[in-house]
Structures are given as structure tokens and as C-alpha cells.
Design a protein around this ligand. Structure first.
Ligand code: CO
Length: 210
């Protein structure tokens, strides 16, 4: 896509929608009540709405390098707070993707300046799962598994937030870990067993137990 085509594309998009429904934008301006918060990678190949067939108003989206949820990031924490407390989303998805440049960079000994801070989160995922990862001899498979484990750990980070714990007790919000396979276009549900992942540890993260 050429940059100068963007405004032209937007005009065509407006006309296409108005042809089908003359009130489309009037209705869109009334508000939003998406059921899903999607947290994914900024990678231009992994467009959130397009890969899941979502229309405007249907999904609340946050994207950053390597779909990281870290408690010192005011941006992602604000998105989660707003989505859960105000929009009352029923599902939160963390969607990573194979061949993620951020995850790959975190597996290499290269100084990337400010990115070192961000990618350290992935190096810590590696450290948490070093036995499993070091046992995978094939580098590509190890890299793909780190993508999956990074999704798992970011889902766990979401479970650590008070907003999500309260929403779970109030209306049973659910957290999903997915990986988008760029080679096939398929979304793979990792079906993470959080009870097992957090076995023996949950009491230190649970703010709502008492
Ligand atoms: Co990526």
C-alpha cells in the first residue's frame, strides 16, 4: 500500500459502508460495547480485526511489540482497566505469532538500546522456562515454543491484576492465549490450563481471596 493512497482508501471505505447502511456512522458514534479485549503484537502482518473478522465496535484492541503485559506499563494497564471495569469485556485474548521479531531479538545477544528494557520481559520468560526450552534442540522449534510461553506468561500477568480478579468473581471473565501462525493464517488456541500453571502459587497473587 502506498502512503498517498490512504486518504483515497478511506473515502472508498466510507462510501462502501454508506451504500449498505446510510446510518452506519451515526450509529457507530453512539458508543461501544465490545465483548473482547485483544492484546497482540504491533507486527504489520498480524492485524487484529482482519484476522478475526471483527467490525468496528466489536473488539477493544491493544498492540505492542511482542504482545507484552507488564505491570509497569501504564498504557497496557490502563487498557485492561478500561476494558474490564468500564466496558466489562467478557473475554481477554493475548495473541502472539510465530516468527515474532521481538521474540527472536530477545533470544539473541544484541544491544538494541531502549528495546533492551522491553525485550527483557521475554528474556525473563525464557529464564522461567529454561529447562523446557533448552531441551528443544531445533532452534526454530525453540523459538516457536518461546512465542507460546510468552503468550502464557502475559496471560498470567493479566490474571495478576485486581480488575481481572474482581471481574472473574463478578461475572466470570475468561482469558485466552492464542498464537497466529503466519505460515498458514490459522489462529491456534493454546488452551492454557491456568490452574495448573499457577498451582501452589495463586495465593500470593490473589487480592480477592479474603
Ligand atoms: Co511480533
Amino acid at each position: 500500500m502506498k502512503f498517498k493512497k490512504i486518504i483515497e482508501n478511506n473515502q472508498k471505505w466510507i462510501e462502501d459502508h454508506l451504500k449498505l447502511d446510510p446510518d452506519y456512522f451515526t450509529n457507530l458514534s453512539k458508543g461501544q460495547s465490545p465483548e473482547v479485549l485483544y492484546i497482540g503484537c504491533s507486527d504489520s502482518r498480524v492485524t487484529a480485526e482482519e484476522i478475526i473478522g471483527a467490525r468496528p465496535g466489536e473488539v477493544f484492541v491493544h498492540r505492542n511489540i511482542a504482545n507484552i503485559v507488564t505491570n509497569s506499563d501504564v498504557n497496557v494497564m490502563s487498557v485492561i482497566n478500561y476494558a474490564v471495569v468500564h466496558l466489562k469485556v467478557k473475554h481477554i485474548v493475548v495473541c502472539g505469532h510465530y516468527y515474532c521479531g521481538g521474540v527472536k531479538a530477545a533470544m539473541q545477544a544484541t544491544d538494541l538500546g531502549i528495546l533492551n528494557l522491553w525485550l527483557r520481559n521475554i528474556r525473563d520468560v525464557y529464564r522461567l522456562h529454561k529447562e523446557e526450552l533448552k531441551a528443544i534442540k531445533d532452534e526454530e522449534l525453540r523459538y516457536k515454543r518461546l512465542v507460546e510461553l510468552n503468550v502464557q506468561e502475559q496471560c498470567v500477568n493479566i490474571l495478576k491484576t485486581i480488575e481481572v480478579q474482581q471481574a472473574y468473581r463478578e461475572y466470570g471473565i475468561s482469558i485466552h492465549g492464542w498464537v497466529f501462525d503466519i505460515k498458514t493464517g490459522k489462529i491456534i488456541d493454546l488452551k492454557i490450563d491456568f490452574a495448573n500453571v499457577l498451582k501452589g502459587l495463586w495465593d500470593i497473587y490473589d487480592y480477592t481471596a479474603k
